[in-house]
Design a protein around this ligand. Structure first.
Ligand code: MLT
Length: 411
């Protein structure tokens, strides 16, 4: 029998440091409250980057075949290999890497249930005292998951910053290109093309980060979830297009944004065998983690992923990306014509705009929701340098994107 409070079960105090709820949950709650109070409001959601187009024919066909296989004793599959089926890992290597001249092997690919899980879980590889550096604004998962891992120090509510995180502001002033931080980090998170700003950097700039990481013996976590949206030829689709990246970088990829798998769930992470720190193979560590905590992505979903790499599947994803990029161009040029300062939307499905009249990001969120019934994402939710900015996604339908734009222009 435990006698005193000190002896009681204690929860993980690092979780208690996190302010409020996850950004997109906060937005969903606010929108629900508004909709409940205004049931007739025809709300258009351009907030969370969730896709609206259905899955493509090749993907649906592959799912049907795989479902039938699961119902037949001779083709039924139980647990998937924890690191991924060879058929998918090999397809990834061939189309995503070999075709681009990157020397990545199938056993360096770790298939997962999505890039969000991997970007949150990857910090388990870092020691407790690692200093992490993030761009500001930033996809909140990188910071929140490191807070949960006890790596961020204390939160300064005025500055909206964690004491132990190194912030690299990316703003209109520096062209959204992060500068090398004054303090040397152990881990550098880069998301390119960038979520939330929708901007990116040329391969020559990325090479400088690879050289910097190798020189400083730092690890880069490279989130390339939006690579399918790259339209400019001087932008790298994978960090492994840069020389020396295999000794300093882990790359995270998603099927959500290129093939519309947000509801199906599939992603992968590349951990090269050359990645060795403290004399330890990071590839081996990630394999150990996957083997212990993950029983593999579902067979039917991995077959669907394989179909994305077929000739027809590749054509379909180009069409899908083209569809959303039409929206991006429409929103970008429409807002610019209306006098907004806009960024992104050329190599990414996000449009990043400066709020009008010095409104804070959340003031603009409320204003847009109430006056135009359009939902976006407040820039400040991604970090202090996102204040006075706002993000719209191009993942809506063309019809809704046009209506949303007309409503915003009419304000
Ligand atoms: C976003 O809106 O930033 C993304 O959809 C979030 C995610 O991919 O998890």
């Amino acid at each position: 029998m435990k006698e005193s409070e000190e002896e009681m079960f204690r929860v993980n105090q690092d979780y208690q440091k996190l302010p409020g709820s996850y950004l997109f949950s906060t937005i969903a709650k606010k929108v629900k409250a508004y909709q409940d109070a205004n049931p007739d409001a025809a709300i258009i959601r351009l907030g969370i980057g969730d896709v609206t187009r259905p899955l493509s024919k090749s993907v649906i066909d592959a799912l049907h075949v795989a479902v039938d296989e699961m119902g037949d004793e001779s083709t039924f599959r139980g647990y998937a290999p924890d690191l991924g089926y060879d058929f998918l890992r090999e397809a990834i290597v061939k189309i995503d890497y070999a075709k681009r001249g990157c020397d990545i092997a199938a056993d360096e690919i770790f298939v997962s249930d999505g890039a969000k899980s991997d970007s949150g879980n990857i910090q388990e590889l870092f020691s407790k005292d690692c200093r992490i550096a993030v761009c500001d604004p930033v996809y909140p998962v990188y910071v929140d998951s490191n807070v949960m891992g006890g790596r961020c120090g204390t939160y300064d509510a005025d500055k909206e910053q964690w004491s132990d995180i190194i912030y690299m502001p990316t703003t209109a002033e520096n062209g959204f290109v992060p500068e090398f931080p004054k303090e040397t980090p152990d881990v550098i998170y880069l998301c390119l093309p960038n979520n939330p700003t929708g901007t990116t950097i040329p391969k020559s700039e990325l090479q400088k980060w690879v050289d910097y990481a190798n020189k400083n013996k730092a690890l880069i976590i490279y989130d390339a979830a939006y690579e399918a949206y790259i339209s400019e030829s001087d932008v790298a689709h994978s960090i492994y297009e840069c020389e020396g990246a295999k000794t300093c970088a882990i790359e995270i990829r998603s099927f959500s944004k290129n093939a519309g798998f947000t509801g199906l769930r599939l992603g992968f992470t590349v951990v090269p065998k050359e990645l060795v720190f403290d004399g330890v193979s990071v590839n081996g560590m990630w394999a150990r983690r996957h083997g212990t905590k993950f029983n593999g992505a579902p067979y039917i979903v991995q077959r669907a992923g394989e179909a994305v790499y077929s000739e027809a599947g590749q054509k379909e994803i180009r069409e899908l990306v083209g569809y959303y990029m039409q929206n991006a161009a429409l929103i970008r040029s429409g807002l610019a014509d209306a006098g907004y300062e806009v960024y992104g939307g050329v190599n990414a499905p996000y449009i990043w705009l400066k709020t009008p009249n010095q409104m804070t990001s959340w003031e603009f969120f409320d204003y847009l929701l109430e006056k135009a019934n359009v939902v976006g994402t407040p820039g400040s939710g991604f970090g202090p340098s996102g204040e006075h900015y706002f993000r719209l996604t191009a993942f809506g339908t063309v019809e809704n994107s046009k209506i949303a734009l007309e409503r915003i222009k009419a304000l």
